[in-house]
Design a protein around this ligand. Sequence first.
Ligand SMILES: [Zn+2]
Ligand SMILES: [Zn+2]
Length: 77
Amino acid sequence: MKKHTKPYKCDVGTCSEAFELQSGLNRHRQEMHDPNAQRYYCPWRDFGCRSKLAREGTKREANLDRHVQTAHGGQQP
Ligand SMILES: [Zn+2]
Ligand SMILES: [Zn+2]
């Protein structure tokens, strides 16, 4: 029986994702932790928004749009 172990663990910050393959970990790091990747931040981050999108941002503009819609009524500061 092949064991389902995930020996490749991400250790960036508080991230605890684990992967069976090195390639999986590499891809995860690029997608989630690449400091050069474009990130979108909540425009209300300097105005008291404490959401994850204000603190960490997102790589997907659609996520930001949805957050601004739901959390800020679609308003820009
Ligand atoms: Zn990670
Ligand atoms: Zn916000």
